[in-house]
Ligand binder design. Structure first.
Ligand SMILES: *Cc1c(COP(=O)(O)O)cnc(C)c1O
Length: 462
């Protein structure tokens, strides 16, 4: 699909309307044209008055908050409660028979949603398992895919990977008798740059590939919002004989993933961020079907046993092929139900449609921020905002990471008082994520207005 650049869309539409591209009218028009706008109705949006830091002397508490923190915890689908209640009912009324009865028999409940999950990450149902938490799945996958030898023992990753991934890799290296100091190859951006260049990643793979056992990047970097070129990284890794895996925590439900087509060896992700399954939700794991008969789980449990003979209890393992053999325990139905609720909303559209809206939505945010807060040498005291996230829409998801010329703590507080939910990361980054499933163009416009008010307020109280 060829997409018109965002700025061109905004300028053409505002010219048609006879308004300025930064006017509220344009936001309203963009929402009118948004074919996915109705999906917002599928979610509960918190009201300003219910958010603890909001200050009702500054903002009308009865309106919906601006929720730009779906990168951290997605909103609750309205159907979640119903699905949970169905399972509680079933437990109350049928007890043990719930394992095999109803629309979601507990004993194989997760299998009914693997197909939906697969569509979101670009995988076949048999390549996806829904189980455990993200970090647990990363460990289970590395136990199989990280098989260091004396000459090929390194894991290549980002220097500023999410702490849990860093610790997981560090401990896996130690577990296999190697030293993280020698075997953990952490890649930093060039001096003075905020994000990694694809060419630099590919070069390290090419130069050091024969000592690298596993290349392990995130899909979307949690701090900078950079979307890595997973296809190119996978190809480069395979050329050097490495396994290539991705942590898609910030990519699943955000970017358009094609884990199968790209030939990615393994991946893991959580579902409480862009996939809206609720805090601590069931995580995902992917192993490409090409490994179904060759890569085996290091740790076994009864849920990895073929379902048809699982209950014969004869202690003769008939391992399910691929990632399904990695299941250890029976499924937590109370985590399956909310994940199903969210995946059914994803199934009302497609990742390509969501991505299309996302590029416009985030591009619009970028446009407004640039319009108001680009550094102006003639007004050195005017606060300005720098966008750390790559400017190329192909190299980012929906999140923009902003850094400020003024102390961030105060700005963040002022935003919260005005009913904006976003996320601050020390030392100076504000992460804002307009999520195409439930955020509107009006949200973006209001956010930028409130950002202006917050900057003024934080300046006057210095
Ligand atoms: C959110 C996130 C995690 C969190 O791990 P859990 O095991 O779900 O607690 C780990 N890694 C990355 C990259 C994340 O974005």
């Amino acid at each position: 699909m060829i997409m018109e650049p965002c700025v061109a869309v905004l300028e053409r539409l505002s010219a048609d309307l006879g308004c300025s591209p930064v006017s509220r009218e344009l936001a309203a028009e963009l929402d009118r044209r948004d074919e996915l706008g109705h999906l917002r109705q599928q979610f509960f949006l918190p009201k300003v008055a219910d958010l603890p830091p909001s200050d009702l002397s500054l903002v009308d508490g009865s309106q919906e908050c601006i929720y730009f923190v779906g990168n951290s915890l997605g909103l609750q689908p309205k159907s979640t409660k119903k699905y949970l209640e169905e399972e509680l009912e079933k437990w109350a009324k049928l007890a043990i028979h719930g394992h095999t009865e109803g629309s979601r028999p507990w004993a194989w409940a997760e299998e009914t949603i693997e197909q939906l999950m697969g569509k979101v990450v670009g995988a076949k149902p048999e390549e996806v398992a829904l189980m455990n938490g993200l970090t647990v799945n990363l460990h289970l996958l590395l136990l199989s895919f990280y098989q260091p030898t004396a000459s090929r023992h390194k894991i290549l990753m980002e220097d500023k990977a999410f702490p849990s991934d860093h610790y997981a890799v560090e401990s896996q290296i130690r577990l296999k008798g190697h030293d993280p100091k020698e075997s953990m190859l952490c890649l930093s951006p060039r001096p003075g740059e905020d994000t990694l260049r694809t060419e630099d990643i590919l070069e390290v793979i090419e130069e050091q590939g024969d000592s690298i056992a596993v290349v392990m990047f995130s899909g979307v970097q949690y701090y900078t919002g950079q979307l890595f070129d997973m296809e190119a990284i996978t190809r480069a890794g395979h050329k050097e004989g490495c396994y290539v895996g991705f942590d898609c925590a910030h990519a699943a439900g955000n970017a358009e993933l094609k884990l199968h087509d790209w030939g990615v060896d393994f991946a893991c992700w959580c579902t409480y961020k862009y996939v809206n399954s609720g805090a601590g939700g069931l995580a995902g794991a992917f192993i490409h079907e090409k490994h179904a008969d060759t890569v085996r789980p290091a740790l076994l449990g009864w849920w990895g046993h073929d379902r048809k003979t699982r209950f014969q209890m004869n202690n003769m393992m008939e391992l399910q092929p691929g990632v399904h053999g990695y299941r250890l325990s029976n499924q937590p139905i109370l985590l399956v139900a909310p994940l199903q609720a969210s995946l059914e909303i994803f199934d009302m559209t497609s990742m390509s449609a969501l991505r299309c809206k996302s590029m416009l939505l985030t591009g619009y945010l970028e446009y407004l921020i640039q319009h108001y807060y680009t550094r102006d040498p003639c007004r050195p005291d005017h606060p300005h905002v720098t966008i750390l996230t790559p400017r190329d829409p192909q190299q980012r998801g929906c999140q923009l990471s902003l850094s400020f010329s003024v102390p961030i703590g105060r700005v963040f507080l002022e935003l919260e008082r005005r009913g904006v939910a976003c996320d601050m990361r020390e030392p100076s980054v504000l992460r804002v994520a307009p999520v195409p499933l439930y955020n509107s163009f009006n949200d973006v416009h209001r956010f930028v207005e409130l950002l202006g008010a917050s900057l003024i307020a934080s300046g006057s109280q210095k």
